[in-house]
Design a binder for this molecule. Structure first.
Ligand SMILES: Nc1ncnc2c1ncn2[C@@H]1O[C@H](COP(=O)(O)OP(=O)(O)OP(=O)(O)O)[C@@H](O)[C@H]1O
Ligand SMILES: [Mg+2]
Length: 314
Protein backbone atom coordinates (compact mmCIF):
# COMPACT_ATOMS: atom_id res chain seq x y z
CA UNK A 1 0.00 0.00 0.00
CA UNK A 2 2.58 2.58 1.14
CA UNK A 3 6.23 2.30 0.26
CA UNK A 4 9.18 4.57 0.86
CA UNK A 5 12.20 4.08 -1.32
CA UNK A 6 15.47 5.68 -0.17
CA UNK A 7 13.71 8.80 1.04
CA UNK A 8 15.82 11.73 2.25
CA UNK A 9 14.84 15.18 3.44
CA UNK A 10 17.14 18.17 3.66
CA UNK A 11 15.67 21.40 5.05
CA UNK A 12 17.04 24.75 3.96
CA UNK A 13 17.59 26.97 6.98
CA UNK A 14 19.13 30.30 7.89
CA UNK A 15 19.19 33.59 6.07
CA UNK A 16 18.29 33.10 2.39
CA UNK A 17 18.14 29.33 3.01
CA UNK A 18 21.93 29.08 2.87
CA UNK A 19 22.21 26.43 5.59
CA UNK A 20 20.96 22.89 5.43
CA UNK A 21 19.66 20.37 7.92
CA UNK A 22 19.55 16.72 6.92
CA UNK A 23 16.48 15.42 8.75
CA UNK A 24 15.99 12.03 7.04
CA UNK A 25 18.53 9.88 5.18
CA UNK A 26 17.85 7.10 2.70
CA UNK A 27 14.85 5.66 4.53
CA UNK A 28 13.05 2.70 2.98
CA UNK A 29 10.09 0.79 4.37
CA UNK A 30 6.63 -0.43 3.39
CA UNK A 31 3.27 -0.56 5.12
CA UNK A 32 0.51 -3.06 4.30
CA UNK A 33 -3.24 -2.63 4.90
CA UNK A 34 -4.18 -3.20 8.54
CA UNK A 35 -0.56 -3.04 9.64
CA UNK A 36 0.75 -0.79 12.41
CA UNK A 37 4.33 0.34 11.94
CA UNK A 38 5.92 2.34 14.74
CA UNK A 39 8.51 4.92 13.89
CA UNK A 40 10.54 5.40 17.03
CA UNK A 41 13.47 7.62 17.89
CA UNK A 42 14.52 10.41 20.17
CA UNK A 43 13.59 14.03 19.65
CA UNK A 44 14.93 15.43 16.38
CA UNK A 45 15.44 11.99 14.79
CA UNK A 46 13.17 12.90 11.87
CA UNK A 47 9.94 11.10 12.78
CA UNK A 48 7.54 13.99 12.13
CA UNK A 49 9.38 14.85 8.94
CA UNK A 50 8.68 11.32 7.67
CA UNK A 51 5.02 11.69 8.77
CA UNK A 52 4.62 14.98 6.94
CA UNK A 53 6.19 13.59 3.77
CA UNK A 54 3.87 10.55 3.90
CA UNK A 55 0.92 12.93 4.30
CA UNK A 56 2.14 14.76 1.21
CA UNK A 57 2.44 17.99 3.19
CA UNK A 58 6.15 18.16 2.52
CA UNK A 59 8.06 17.09 -0.61
CA UNK A 60 10.90 14.58 -0.38
CA UNK A 61 14.37 15.87 -1.29
CA UNK A 62 15.38 12.59 -2.91
CA UNK A 63 13.87 9.12 -3.16
CA UNK A 64 10.19 8.36 -3.62
CA UNK A 65 7.04 7.66 -1.65
CA UNK A 66 4.38 5.59 -3.38
CA UNK A 67 0.81 4.87 -2.37
CA UNK A 68 -0.80 2.00 -4.27
CA UNK A 69 2.07 2.25 -6.73
CA UNK A 70 1.65 5.96 -7.53
CA UNK A 71 4.44 8.37 -6.57
CA UNK A 72 3.19 11.23 -4.37
CA UNK A 73 5.36 13.61 -6.36
CA UNK A 74 3.23 12.82 -9.44
CA UNK A 75 -0.08 13.74 -7.77
CA UNK A 76 -1.78 16.81 -9.23
CA UNK A 77 -3.97 19.22 -7.29
CA UNK A 78 -7.17 17.18 -7.79
CA UNK A 79 -5.41 13.88 -7.01
CA UNK A 80 -4.06 15.31 -3.77
CA UNK A 81 -7.58 15.80 -2.43
CA UNK A 82 -8.33 12.20 -3.31
CA UNK A 83 -5.11 11.17 -1.54
CA UNK A 84 -6.17 12.95 1.66
CA UNK A 85 -9.43 11.11 1.50
CA UNK A 86 -7.41 7.94 1.91
CA UNK A 87 -4.58 9.14 4.12
CA UNK A 88 -5.05 11.44 7.10
CA UNK A 89 -2.94 12.59 10.03
CA UNK A 90 -3.58 13.21 13.69
CA UNK A 91 -0.92 15.18 15.54
CA UNK A 92 0.52 15.62 18.97
CA UNK A 93 -1.23 18.78 20.04
CA UNK A 94 -4.96 18.38 19.40
CA UNK A 95 -5.66 22.03 20.36
CA UNK A 96 -3.57 23.31 17.47
CA UNK A 97 -5.85 21.55 14.98
CA UNK A 98 -8.83 23.71 16.02
CA UNK A 99 -9.58 27.38 15.71
CA UNK A 100 -10.57 28.47 19.24
CA UNK A 101 -13.22 30.90 17.99
CA UNK A 102 -15.20 28.24 16.16
CA UNK A 103 -17.04 25.28 17.58
CA UNK A 104 -14.97 22.09 17.44
CA UNK A 105 -17.45 20.22 15.24
CA UNK A 106 -16.89 22.80 12.51
CA UNK A 107 -14.21 20.39 11.23
CA UNK A 108 -17.09 18.12 10.20
CA UNK A 109 -18.95 20.88 8.37
CA UNK A 110 -15.78 21.67 6.42
CA UNK A 111 -15.30 17.97 5.74
CA UNK A 112 -18.85 17.63 4.43
CA UNK A 113 -18.56 20.68 2.18
CA UNK A 114 -15.22 19.47 0.86
CA UNK A 115 -15.78 15.76 0.39
CA UNK A 116 -19.49 14.97 0.72
CA UNK A 117 -21.44 17.91 -0.76
CA UNK A 118 -24.17 15.64 -2.13
CA UNK A 119 -24.94 13.73 1.06
CA UNK A 120 -28.25 14.99 2.45
CA UNK A 121 -28.45 16.33 5.99
CA UNK A 122 -30.28 13.45 7.69
CA UNK A 123 -27.90 10.90 6.22
CA UNK A 124 -24.88 13.05 7.11
CA UNK A 125 -26.01 13.41 10.74
CA UNK A 126 -26.44 9.66 11.01
CA UNK A 127 -22.95 9.06 9.61
CA UNK A 128 -21.45 11.69 11.89
CA UNK A 129 -23.09 10.31 15.02
CA UNK A 130 -21.96 6.81 14.02
CA UNK A 131 -18.35 7.98 13.67
CA UNK A 132 -18.48 9.82 17.01
CA UNK A 133 -19.86 6.77 18.74
CA UNK A 134 -17.21 4.61 17.11
CA UNK A 135 -14.50 6.68 18.78
CA UNK A 136 -16.29 6.49 22.13
CA UNK A 137 -17.82 9.98 22.11
CA UNK A 138 -21.38 10.85 22.99
CA UNK A 139 -22.56 13.09 20.09
CA UNK A 140 -24.80 15.14 22.41
CA UNK A 141 -21.86 15.90 24.68
CA UNK A 142 -19.39 17.00 22.04
CA UNK A 143 -21.40 18.60 19.25
CA UNK A 144 -21.84 22.37 19.49
CA UNK A 145 -18.91 22.75 21.91
CA UNK A 146 -15.95 25.07 21.63
CA UNK A 147 -12.45 23.49 21.76
CA UNK A 148 -11.81 24.85 25.28
CA UNK A 149 -14.95 23.07 26.50
CA UNK A 150 -13.52 19.69 25.45
CA UNK A 151 -10.59 17.70 26.80
CA UNK A 152 -7.43 16.91 24.82
CA UNK A 153 -8.57 13.28 24.54
CA UNK A 154 -11.98 14.31 23.19
CA UNK A 155 -10.38 16.61 20.61
CA UNK A 156 -8.05 13.79 19.50
CA UNK A 157 -11.06 11.53 19.10
CA UNK A 158 -12.90 14.10 17.01
CA UNK A 159 -9.92 14.09 14.65
CA UNK A 160 -9.95 10.30 14.55
CA UNK A 161 -13.73 10.39 13.89
CA UNK A 162 -12.95 12.69 10.98
CA UNK A 163 -10.56 10.06 9.61
CA UNK A 164 -13.29 7.43 10.08
CA UNK A 165 -15.86 9.46 8.12
CA UNK A 166 -13.40 9.64 5.28
CA UNK A 167 -12.88 5.91 5.70
CA UNK A 168 -9.13 6.42 5.41
CA UNK A 169 -6.85 3.53 4.62
CA UNK A 170 -3.82 4.97 6.37
CA UNK A 171 -3.65 7.08 9.51
CA UNK A 172 -0.46 8.90 10.41
CA UNK A 173 -0.57 9.24 14.20
CA UNK A 174 2.21 11.56 15.32
CA UNK A 175 2.77 11.42 19.10
CA UNK A 176 -0.97 11.50 19.60
CA UNK A 177 -0.85 9.83 22.96
CA UNK A 178 1.93 11.82 24.62
CA UNK A 179 -0.18 14.80 25.63
CA UNK A 180 -3.00 12.81 27.15
CA UNK A 181 -3.39 11.82 30.77
CA UNK A 182 -2.93 8.18 31.75
CA UNK A 183 -6.54 7.02 31.63
CA UNK A 184 -7.29 8.77 28.33
CA UNK A 185 -4.09 7.33 26.89
CA UNK A 186 -5.34 3.80 27.36
CA UNK A 187 -8.68 4.68 25.72
CA UNK A 188 -7.06 6.26 22.67
CA UNK A 189 -4.60 3.37 22.45
CA UNK A 190 -7.46 0.89 22.48
CA UNK A 191 -9.26 2.96 19.88
CA UNK A 192 -6.21 2.71 17.61
CA UNK A 193 -6.21 -1.06 18.16
CA UNK A 194 -9.90 -1.08 17.03
CA UNK A 195 -9.04 0.88 13.90
CA UNK A 196 -6.30 -1.61 13.12
CA UNK A 197 -8.79 -4.45 13.56
CA UNK A 198 -11.05 -2.69 10.99
CA UNK A 199 -8.17 -2.91 8.50
CA UNK A 200 -6.80 0.62 8.82
CA UNK A 201 -3.02 0.89 8.48
CA UNK A 202 -1.32 3.15 11.02
CA UNK A 203 2.05 4.85 10.93
CA UNK A 204 2.48 5.27 14.66
CA UNK A 205 5.08 7.88 15.52
CA UNK A 206 6.32 7.86 19.08
CA UNK A 207 9.34 8.18 21.29
CA UNK A 208 7.73 5.92 23.84
CA UNK A 209 9.03 2.36 23.56
CA UNK A 210 6.18 0.93 25.61
CA UNK A 211 3.50 2.37 23.33
CA UNK A 212 5.35 1.12 20.27
CA UNK A 213 5.62 -2.32 21.79
CA UNK A 214 1.95 -2.40 22.77
CA UNK A 215 0.45 -1.44 19.45
CA UNK A 216 2.74 -2.14 16.54
CA UNK A 217 3.42 -5.10 14.32
CA UNK A 218 6.74 -3.72 13.16
CA UNK A 219 9.06 -1.00 14.39
CA UNK A 220 11.63 1.19 12.71
CA UNK A 221 14.25 2.76 14.96
CA UNK A 222 15.56 6.06 13.66
CA UNK A 223 18.75 7.71 14.82
CA UNK A 224 19.51 11.15 13.41
CA UNK A 225 17.32 10.50 10.41
CA UNK A 226 18.82 7.08 9.61
CA UNK A 227 17.17 3.72 10.08
CA UNK A 228 19.43 1.81 12.47
CA UNK A 229 17.15 -1.16 13.06
CA UNK A 230 13.79 -2.37 11.77
CA UNK A 231 11.77 -5.51 12.19
CA UNK A 232 8.87 -7.26 13.85
CA UNK A 233 8.15 -5.49 17.19
CA UNK A 234 8.75 -8.65 19.18
CA UNK A 235 12.10 -9.33 17.55
CA UNK A 236 13.35 -5.77 17.95
CA UNK A 237 12.31 -5.42 21.59
CA UNK A 238 13.20 -8.92 22.72
CA UNK A 239 16.32 -9.34 20.66
CA UNK A 240 17.65 -5.88 19.76
CA UNK A 241 20.74 -6.04 17.55
CA UNK A 242 21.91 -2.47 17.04
CA UNK A 243 24.01 -1.02 19.90
CA UNK A 244 21.65 1.98 20.01
CA UNK A 245 18.48 -0.11 20.29
CA UNK A 246 20.21 -2.35 22.85
CA UNK A 247 21.11 0.65 24.93
CA UNK A 248 17.55 1.97 24.80
CA UNK A 249 15.89 -1.32 25.61
CA UNK A 250 18.36 -1.94 28.45
CA UNK A 251 17.78 1.56 29.80
CA UNK A 252 14.00 1.12 29.82
CA UNK A 253 13.46 -2.27 31.45
CA UNK A 254 9.72 -1.72 31.82
CA UNK A 255 9.46 -0.48 28.25
CA UNK A 256 7.21 2.32 29.37
CA UNK A 257 9.67 5.12 29.96
CA UNK A 258 10.21 8.03 27.65
CA UNK A 259 13.33 8.36 25.58
CA UNK A 260 15.96 10.91 26.45
CA UNK A 261 15.27 14.25 24.83
CA UNK A 262 18.15 16.04 23.15
CA UNK A 263 18.20 19.35 21.33
CA UNK A 264 20.74 18.10 18.85
CA UNK A 265 20.43 19.32 15.25
CA UNK A 266 21.94 17.17 12.52
CA UNK A 267 24.42 19.02 10.32
CA UNK A 268 24.41 18.02 6.68
CA UNK A 269 27.18 15.60 5.91
CA UNK A 270 27.01 13.66 9.14
CA UNK A 271 26.40 10.02 8.38
CA UNK A 272 26.94 10.73 4.71
CA UNK A 273 30.18 9.26 3.51
CA UNK A 274 31.57 10.09 6.94
CA UNK A 275 30.67 6.78 8.45
CA UNK A 276 28.04 5.36 10.74
CA UNK A 277 25.72 8.02 12.11
CA UNK A 278 25.90 6.43 15.58
CA UNK A 279 29.70 6.04 15.67
CA UNK A 280 30.35 9.01 17.98
CA UNK A 281 28.21 7.46 20.73
CA UNK A 282 28.80 3.78 20.00
CA UNK A 283 30.78 1.68 22.47
CA UNK A 284 31.55 -0.88 19.74
CA UNK A 285 32.81 1.63 17.16
CA UNK A 286 35.99 0.58 15.39
CA UNK A 287 37.92 1.33 12.21
CA UNK A 288 35.33 -0.06 9.81
CA UNK A 289 32.65 2.31 11.16
CA UNK A 290 34.05 5.18 9.13
CA UNK A 291 31.93 3.86 6.25
CA UNK A 292 28.12 4.17 6.33
CA UNK A 293 26.78 0.73 7.31
CA UNK A 294 24.76 -1.25 4.78
CA UNK A 295 21.66 -2.76 6.45
CA UNK A 296 21.78 -6.53 6.74
CA UNK A 297 18.96 -8.94 7.52
CA UNK A 298 19.72 -10.86 10.73
CA UNK A 299 16.41 -12.78 10.77
CA UNK A 300 13.23 -12.71 8.67
CA UNK A 301 12.32 -9.04 8.19
CA UNK A 302 14.77 -7.92 10.91
CA UNK A 303 17.21 -5.40 9.43
CA UNK A 304 20.14 -3.81 11.21
CA UNK A 305 22.49 -1.11 9.98
CA UNK A 306 25.69 -1.85 11.88
CA UNK A 307 29.06 -3.16 10.70
CA UNK A 308 29.70 -4.81 14.05
CA UNK A 309 26.51 -6.84 13.81
CA UNK A 310 27.29 -7.71 10.20
CA UNK A 311 30.83 -8.75 11.10
CA UNK A 312 31.07 -9.30 14.88
CA UNK A 313 34.52 -10.87 14.78
CA UNK A 314 36.14 -7.87 13.20
N1 LIG B 1 10.68 23.17 8.88
C1 LIG B 1 11.91 22.86 9.28
N2 LIG B 1 12.97 23.62 8.92
C2 LIG B 1 14.23 23.31 9.29
N3 LIG B 1 14.55 22.26 10.06
C3 LIG B 1 13.54 21.47 10.48
C4 LIG B 1 12.19 21.73 10.13
N4 LIG B 1 11.40 20.78 10.68
C5 LIG B 1 12.24 19.96 11.36
N5 LIG B 1 13.53 20.38 11.25
C6 LIG B 1 14.73 19.71 11.81
O1 LIG B 1 14.77 18.39 11.30
C7 LIG B 1 15.15 17.47 12.32
C8 LIG B 1 14.08 16.43 12.48
O2 LIG B 1 12.91 17.06 13.00
P1 LIG B 1 11.56 16.28 13.28
O3 LIG B 1 10.55 17.25 13.75
O4 LIG B 1 11.23 15.47 12.08
O5 LIG B 1 12.00 15.31 14.48
P2 LIG B 1 11.11 14.41 15.45
O6 LIG B 1 11.77 13.06 15.48
O7 LIG B 1 9.68 14.46 15.05
O8 LIG B 1 11.32 15.10 16.87
P3 LIG B 1 10.29 15.22 18.10
O9 LIG B 1 10.31 13.89 18.79
O10 LIG B 1 10.91 16.29 18.94
O11 LIG B 1 8.94 15.60 17.55
C9 LIG B 1 15.40 18.30 13.58
O12 LIG B 1 16.77 18.56 13.68
C10 LIG B 1 14.63 19.57 13.33
O13 LIG B 1 15.24 20.65 13.97
MG1 LIG C 1 7.92 15.12 15.98
Amino acid sequence: MLSLERVSKVYRVGTFGGGQVRAVSELSFALAPGEVVALIGESGSGKSTVGRMVLNLLPVSTGSIRFDGIALSDLRQGDRKDYWRRVQGVFQDPFSAYNPIFKADRIFRTLRAEFFPRVETGDWNRRLDGALQAVGLNPQQVRDKFPHQLSGGQLQRLLIARALLLDVQLLVADEIISMLDASTRVDVLNLLADLKARGMAILFITHDLGLANYLSDRVIVLYRGCMVEAGPAEAVFENPQHPYTRMLVAATPRLDCKWPVSDWTPPVGEGEGLGCVYSARCPLCDGQCNRPPVPIETAAGHRVACWRVADPGH
